[in-house]
Design a protein around this ligand. Sequence first.
Ligand code: HEC
Length: 173
Amino acid sequence: MKITLNSVRNDSLRLPAAAALLAVLLGSSACRKNPAPAATDPLLKAYDVEPDWNDPQHIIPLNYEQAQGKRVFYADCVWCHADSTPAGPSNRSNVTPTPSLMNDGAKLNGLSNEYMRNIIALGGEAMGKSSMMPPWGRTLTQEEIQAVIAYARGIAQPPYQPPARTGPAYSEK
Ligand code: HEC
């Protein structure tokens, strides 16, 4: 390598520059010794939120899985399982039997995750219910089905309480 005046100058500048950088880094880590009190607002840690369908002032924080489920819900389920959609009114009032609202805790909290998984994947008819509930097992992945259940649990009113003990895998309900 041919040493030019320029590269010598650059090398001689490198040490003080590194020292200055180190000073800045040390300085900033020193500041971290007294962190601001940890934020307790769950909304700050949420991946997404959903306003409570019964009370839009109440904002429900969604974790990562629930946020994925919200995306599935608004793509595939909102037309039948909500009264309104981002595009306007839903189709729910035209469907017989009337599909449960996806936040209807009084109805859905009593259904096990296994039952929810089955009726979503296999459709209403396979579960002895109305064929108006389509099967989603070939459209959605297992993770997406799990996520949309997590979303339903997350927005449920009254709130969903997970069972202390999981039921049998092929329970009726
Ligand atoms: C074309 C309308 C329609 C769409 C779209 C639809 N559903 Fe349904 N769903 C129904 C109907 C109707 C029922 C009620 C079946 C019955 O009670 O016989 C139902 C029942 C259910 C149930 C059982 C709850 C209960 O009250 O028994 C779950 C869970 C469910 N749907 C989830 C979903 C999910 C998740 C999606 C989107 C991936 C979805 N549905 C999309 C019409 C629909």
